[in-house]
Design a protein around this ligand. Structure first.
Ligand SMILES: Cc1ncc(COP(=O)(O)O)c(C=O)c1O
Length: 361
């Protein structure tokens, strides 16, 4: 079985806590493997315009230049870009503007905010649960044909699975909004592919497609709140209509412009290449531990682990100074899963040594 469709009425008793996020696990003093935001120093090409933008804070923000820059990056007209206060705002706009959808479906395990936003806006959400035994592979046929809103992540948090673009494209059809959360697309890499493999950001031929992008992860801007949506102009107009005025601040717009430049895109590719090496190192270390299984073929800035009693192991890791992300708040996972951020090899070595000691005890 490749996937499973279950109906989950809102407010069911033993539901995972969709509002849980890794940042609450990364308390001060712990080594943070729970949050997937890069913490490297900000490059000058980003820091300089950000700092300069502070001189213009008396004026209301003008999204025009940032919108044009992001559009140029993705080969789209500016009308096909909507800047948002992080990807998270994008999910809320979608949930509110698409009040009329009858059968919204969320493909899990994935980031929980898309479903949380839908529920908060009063939608009854159905879930398609991808199967760990099948490496969380997407079979487009599992999504009900009459679903008029489908939300999926690529690469997916927390599984780190990168679905083939063709499988996602197969979900698009007239009468359906297909939302692909590409918050981590810039972390992916494939041999012989110059850009982001499997990204739909530049696809203008797929009806109802909305691609969600975040600039908060790779560029360490979680506190600034900046992201954007890409899609058909008429659909984005509906989303813009429910967005608060001036939702994206002037410094956030400056960051969006800088991060759309060729310099930024080249830097992202270099970061993704380094990340792939560091991820291979971490996966090799983890795979050598008895009882630990790395899920699927990780493609992003984190890996998902299966180990019996992971929740207890997580508590012990905390006592030993390490924060990892619990898996049991993601629909489709449970108490035997953990998500671990990819860090430099020395940190990964230290982490896996502590984990090995805990598992041996
Ligand atoms: C898959 C995914 N999408 C979107 C977001 C939200 O990103 P932003 O900070 O841009 O709101 C997150 C944050 O953790 C995420 O993991």
């Amino acid at each position: 079985m490749r996937g499973q469709l279950i109906e989950v009425p809102p407010g069911t008793g033993d539901e995972p806590d969709l509002g849980h996020h890794g940042d609450v696990e990364a308390t001060p003093g712990l080594v943070d493997l729970a949050v997937n935001v890069r913490r490297d120093p900000m490059p000058d090409w980003l820091a300089d315009p950000l700092t300069a933008s502070l001189g213009g804070l008396a004026a209301y923000p003008d999204p025009g230049p940032a919108r044009a820059a992001v559009a140029a990056r993705h080969g789209r007209p500016p009308e096909e870009v909507l800047l948002t206060a992080g990807a998270a705002e994008g999910f809320v706009l979608l949930a509110r503007a698409l009040a009329g959808v009858r059968r919204p479906v969320v493909v899990h395990p994935q980031f929980t905010e898309p479903e949380a936003a839908l529920r908060a806006a009063g939608h009854e959400v159905e879930r398609v649960l991808l199967d760990p035994a099948d490496d969380f592979r997407l079979d487009p046929a599992r999504v009900p044909a009459d679903a008029d809103l489908v939300m999926i992540g690529n690469p997916t948090n927390p599984t780190s699975v990168l679905h083939p673009a063709a499988d996602l494209a197969a979900l698009a059809r007239p009468g359906r909004v297909l939302v692909v959360d590409e918050a981590f697309a810039d972390t992916t890499l494939a041999p012989g592919v110059a850009g982001e493999p499997e990204s739909l950001a530049g696809r203008r031929d797929l009806p109802g497609l909305v691609v969600v992008r975040s600039l908060t992860k790779t560029w360490g801007l979680a506190g600034l709140r900046i992201g954007y949506l890409l899609g058909e102009a008429a659909l984005l107009d509906r989303l813009a209509a429910v967005q608060p005025l001036w939702a994206v601040s002037t410094p956030a717009l400056a960051a969006a412009t800088a991060c759309a430049s060729p310099t930024a895109v080249a830097a992202e590719r270099a970061i993704a290449a380094r990340l792939a090496v560091d991820r291979d190192h971490l996966v090799a270390r983890l795979s050598a531990l008895p009882g630990v299984r790395v899920a699927a073929r990780p493609a992003s800035a984190f890996v998902l682990l299966h180990l019996a009693g992971a929740n207890r192991v997580r508590e012990t890791l905390r006592e030993r100074g390490w924060a990892v992300r619990r898996g049991d708040t993601f629909p489709g996972l449970g108490p035997d899963w953990l998500r671990v951020a990819v860090r430099d090899p020395a940190t990964s070595d230290a982490f896996t040594e502590v984990l090995a000691e805990i598992l041996e005890a």
